[in-house]
Design a protein around this ligand. Structure first.
Ligand code: G3P
Ligand code: MG
Length: 278
């Protein structure tokens, strides 16, 4: 059986500010098989990596642009976004308690000050240069960019960077984008995200058409993983941070685990694979 892959969620976001190249670098350093990141688009059409609709939580946008609440990224040009500090908040908030736990060195903390919001181009170039793999999540875009042609723009960036299709996985809760991607570039693997609402059961029939499904872990018990694997599907789960929970899913045959703590799950996945080696 193939070893479970550990996917650094938004980079290794417990060790470095999420969705920065520093977080990607940390994921690489701790041995994650690939990293996951989210795509946003600036008002002038530049693809950036960003998770929330608002710039507020993970940048200093509220200080730099005090009159522009709620700081939705699609209302800022790229040159405005480029001025933001996307790293200092991590040192201030220590969102996963890893600074307090002594797991983030002082040099790293200092290096996070002033980090930029990366472009998708930079994220792909980083992945290519490090001979790594990235899972790109195409997020529903906030107004006024609801109809922005993100799939074709993403492929344009891929072409500019000349990254190999095997180094990219495309995922989205917007399945029509995946269908479009599949018809435009069948060589790029698409993965259907399900479980957007944490309190609604997953409609598994809606993704029968997809070979690989990325599902919310809290809505997908290990028995369900076994059943999907038996039906020939590949299943990746988000977001799994606890090692006991990860061990149960690895045992059930999960293909990949998105984790904020790849530093803890990589050794576990390797050990589990070691046990299987004759
Ligand atoms: O792709 C898996 C996961 O990233 C989906 O949720 O909100 O962390 O982007 P979110
Ligand atoms: Mg994501």
């Amino acid at each position: 059986m193939k070893r479970t892959q550990i996917i650094a969620h938004r980079g290794a976001r417990s060790l470095a500010p999420e969705n920065t190249l520093a977080a990607a670098e940390k994921g690489l350093e701790v041995g994650a098989d690939l990293w996951e990141t989210d795509v946003g688009v600036s008002a002038d059409g530049v693809l950036i990596i960003f998770h929330d609709d608002s710039l507020k939580r993970t940048t200093n946008a509220a200080e730099v642009y005090p009159d522009r609440a709620p700081w939705t990224f699609s209302e800022f040009t790229y040159s405005e976004i480029e001025r933001l500090d996307a790293g200092s908040w991590f040192d201030r908030d220590d969102p996963f308690g890893q600074i307090a736990a002594g797991r983030v060195g002082l040099a790293d903390q200092q290096g996070y000050v002033g980090l930029k919001v990366p472009t998708v181009e930079e994220a792909l170039a980083f992945t290519k240069d490090n001979d790594w793999v990235v899972n790109i999540e195409l997020k529903k875009l906030p107004p006024p960019l609801e109809n922005f042609p993100v799939v074709t723009e993403f492929f344009r960036v891929m072409d500019r960077v000349r990254i190999a299709p095997e180094q990219v996985r495309l995922s989205s809760f917007q399945h029509h984008w995946l269908a479009q991607a599949r018809s435009l570039r069948p060589e790029v693997e698409v993965q259907a995200l399900v479980g957007y609402h944490r309190d609604r059961p997953i409609d598994w029939r809606a993704v029968e058409d997809y070979q690989t499904i990325n599902a919310r872990a809290t809505l997908t018990p290990p028995e369900k993983v076994r059943q999907l694997v038996a039906a020939g599907k590949k299943i990746n789960l988000f977001t799994v941070n606890e090692t006991d929970e990860a061990a149960r899913y690895i045992e059930a045959g999960v293909s990949g685990l998105f984790s904020d703590f790849p530093q803890d799950l990589v050794p576990l996945a390797l050990a589990a694979a070691g046990k299987e080696t004759p």
